[in-house]
Design a protein around this ligand. Structure first.
Ligand code: ADP
Ligand code: GN1
Ligand code: MG
Length: 355
C-alpha cells in the first residue's frame, strides 16, 4: 500500500495544524475527492485532494463553502470548519489543490441504513439544512457544476457516450441502455417546473446521500451536513430525491446481487416524516406533489450518469474494479423501476404526513 504519510506529510505541514502529524491514511467512501484522515499529536483532521477536473473553479468553490459554513456557524449550527494554510488561505493552490477540515469526532456515516429512526433523523437534518440555506444570499454563490441536476442534459451526455462507445462496452449492457432510453419522456418535469416558475428555485445541497451527513455515534442524531461542494441553486426535489435514492434502498449503492436491492417504502416513509416535518412551512403544493417523482428522477439520473461513465471508461466516479460503475447503474435501475410501481403509495404517504 502507498505510504500515505510519506506522500502527503509535506502537504499537511503547509496547513496550520495543531501538533505534529503522525499518521495519514485514506478515509471514507466518497466518489469524487481523495479524502485523507490526518492524525497529529493533538487532534485529527480531514485533508482532501480536491477533484479539480470535476470542480474546475476551486477558488469559487471554496468561497461558497466558506460563505455557507460561516453562515451556519454564526447561527450555532455544527458544520465543517475550514482549517487555513499557514499563509492564511482557505485552501492550498498548486498543480493539485488541497483543503483541510477539522475531523468531526464521535460521528459515523452510513453506506446503507436499515434503522428507520436514523434515516428519519437524517431527513429532518437535511430539511433543516434547507431551511438554513433559505436565509443565505444566493447571489453570493457560484454554480460549481453547471446544470448539475438537469436530467435532460444528463440524458444527452449519456447518449453522446453511448454513440461514441469508446471502449466497446455497450454490448455488455444492452438491457440497462434500453431502460434509460425508454424512459426519456419522464426526464423533463423538474427542469420544466423550474423554468416556468411553478417549482421554486432554492439554495440546495444537491448531493444529499446518507454518507454526506455525520450522525452522532451514540445517539444516532444528525450532527453535521458535509460535502458542501455542490451547494447551489436547485430544487427541493433534488435534495429529497437524492436522499431517497441512496437511503431508502435495502442494499448498498454498489451491491452486486440485485436480488438484495429493493426500494423500501417504510424507509421512504421514515425519511419523508423527518424531511417534510422540517420543511412543512415552506414546501409548496407542487413540490409536495412531486417529491415521489423527485426520488425516481434522482435515481434514474444517477443510473444514467454511472452508465455514461462506464461507457466512457470510468473517468468521473472513483471505481474500485472494472465494471463498478455498471454495478452501480444496475442498482439504480432496479430502484427506479420499483419506485415507478410505488408512485401512488408514495404520494399517499406524503399527503398523510403533510395533512
Ligand atoms: P466526496 O466529495 O468524495 O464524497 P466527502 O467530502 O463527502 O467527499 O468526504 C468523504 C467521506 O469522508 C464522508 O462521507 C465522511 O465519511 C468523511 N468526512 C468528510 N469530512 C469529514 C469531517 N469533517 N469529519 C469526519 N468525517 C468526514
Ligand atoms: C458523487 O461526492 P459524492 O461521492 O458524495 C456525486 C453525486 C452522486 C454520487 C453517487 C459532485 O457524490 O452527484 O449522486 O456520487 N457527486 C458529484 O454516489 O458528482
Ligand atoms: Mg461525499
Amino acid at each position: 500500500m502507498l505510504d500515505y504519510l510519506n506522500e502527503y506529510k509535506e502537504i499537511a505541514d503547509l496547513f496550520a495544524l495543531e501538533g505534529e502529524t503522525t499518521d495519514i491514511r485514506p478515509y471514507g467512501e466518497g466518489h469524487i475527492n481523495l479524502t485523507l484522515l490526518v492524525t497529529t499529536t493533538k487532534k485529527r483532521y480531514i485533508m482532501q485532494k480536491m477533484n479539480t477536473r470535476v470542480f474546475n473553479d476551486p477558488d469559487s468553490l471554496m468561497k461558497n463553502i466558506c460563505g455557507v459554513t460561516e453562515h451556519l456557524a454564526s447561527r450555532g449550527i455544527e458544520t465543517l470548519n475550514v482549517v487555513k494554510t499557514k499563509k492564511g488561505e482557505s485552501f492550498l493552490k498548486g498543480e493539485a489543490c488541497y483543503r483541510v477540515y477539522d475531523f468531526i469526532e464521535n460521528t459515523v456515516t452510513y453506506q446503507a441504513v436499515s434503522d428507520k429512526e436514523i434515516f428519519k433523523n437524517s431527513g429532518r437534518a437535511f430539511g433543516e439544512f434547507q431551511n438554513h440555506l433559505a436565509t443565505f444570499d444566493a447571489s453570493k454563490l457560484t454554480e460549481t457544476i453547471k446544470r448539475f441536476h438537469d436530467t435532460p442534459k444528463r440524458f444527452a451526455d449519456f447518449k453522446a457516450a453511448l454513440l461514441e462507445d469508446k471502449f466497446d462496452r455497450a454490448k455488455d449492457c444492452k438491457e440497462e441502455i434500453e431502460f434509460i432510453l425508454s424512459h426519456e419522456d419522464t426526464y423533463g418535469i423538474a427542469m420544466a417546473g423550474l423554468q416556468d416558475g411553478s417549482l421554486p428555485l432554492r439554495v440546495t445541497h444537491n448531493d444529499t446521500k446518507l454518507n454526506n451527513i455525520l450522525m452522532d455515534a451514540e445517539t444516532g442524531k444528525a450532527r453535521a451536513v458535509i460535502d458542501l461542494d455542490t451547494i447551489m441553486p436547485g430544487s427541493m426535489l433534488f435534495d429529497f430525491g437524492d436522499s431517497i435514492r441512496f437511503g431508502a434502498s435495502t442494499a448498498a449503492e454498489d451491491e452486486k446481487d440485485l436480488s438484495k436491492v429493493h426500494f423500501d417504502i417504510e424507509l421512504f416513509r421514515a425519511y419523508a416524516e423527518g424531511y417534510c416535518g422540517a420543511v412543512k412551512d415552506s414546501i409548496t403544493e407542487k413540490e409536495a406533489e412531486l417529491l415521489p417523482y423527485g426520488a425516481y428522477l434522482m435515481t434514474i439520473e444517477c443510473g444514467m450518469r454511472f452508465l455514461a461513465d462506464y461507457l466512457s471508461g470510468d473517468t468521473y466516479f472513483a471505481t474500485k474494479y472494472e465494471g463498478h460503475n455498471l454495478v452501480r447503474c444496475r442498482t439504480q435501475i432496479r430502484l427506479a423501476s420499483e419506485m415507478e410501481e410505488s408512485f401512488e403509495t408514495m404520494k399517499k404517504i406524503i399527503a398523510e404526513i403533510l395533512a
